[in-house]
Design a protein around this ligand. Sequence first.
Ligand code: BJW
Length: 250
Amino acid sequence: MMDLRNIVILTGAGVSAESGIDTFRSAGGLWEQHRVEDVATPEAFVRDPELVLRFYDMRRAAIQTKVPNPAHEALARLDHAWEGDLLIVTQNVDDLHERAGAQRVLHMHGEHLNAWCTACDVRSRWTTTLIDCPPCPACGATALRPDVVWFGEMPYRMDEIFAALRSADLFVSIGTSGAVYPAAGFVRNARDMGVHTLELNLERSQGSAWFDETRLGPASELVPAWVEEVLESCPLPWKRHRPTPPPGHP
Ligand code: BJW
């Protein structure tokens, strides 16, 4: 057993698929209904804001009707139990990791439930529609857009992600096709840094060849099994959160 203290977990659309949220590239996925260049680029937003805002309003409404599945719940369990460093880097813009109870979550592609004011640069929690051009709660300008990262834009908090990768012992990728960079490159970044790499996916992905190990199956089964394995088999004393002893106890 390797010395396992610091874990970086990358999640993609596959982790939310069994909650009923469409993936992007599977048959029947989001990109089959909408050409990516029509909805997920800054140029598309300039060209046809109504189409883009309608697409995101529909998805923002839909995610609020969904609930976390056993994969999100298992990762939240690990987050609570694990005393080493742990970072869940999600490409997903839904909030199912948080609703399952995970706290150490980084949304590198933004969040559906945020609106970003391009006039004053303030982000506000947003659960309703944007197509009706509501004013920004901070400055009043009608310049809100979905707070998501489109193609050609810089994903969020890359410095934090690379810092976490540098100190990681294990990189685990769950439910992502490995089609979109820079996330698709994390496995190679991790390998170059000497980090062990594990992939959990329904089927082999574009990145599978780069992983030390790939396990195939639905996230709702693979992730709870892997989390149990990590929590049960790691012999090191810091693997589990221990409640602070009451005053007076050694
Ligand atoms: C299951 C399952 C189950 C199903 N259980 N598994 C040429 C070469 C290389 C790069 C580029 C290039 N030309 C342009 C680029 C860069 C570009 C890019 O990668 N393009 C590619 C198309 C080639 N990237 C960018 O522009 C990014 N920015 C950037 O690079 O900035 C410069 C930079 C440089 C260096 C460092 C840092 C920055 C921005 C990318 C933004 C992506 N945005 C989106 C939309 C977000 C908003 C929204 O939701 O609408 O993010 S695109 C979309 O794809 C979304 C996702 O997060 C992302 C990844 O998709 P994901 O999660 O992998 O989903 P799927 O559907 O592809 O896969 C699902 C997987 O789950 C499958 O494998 C299934 O098998 C599996 N699965 N059910 C387990 N039950």
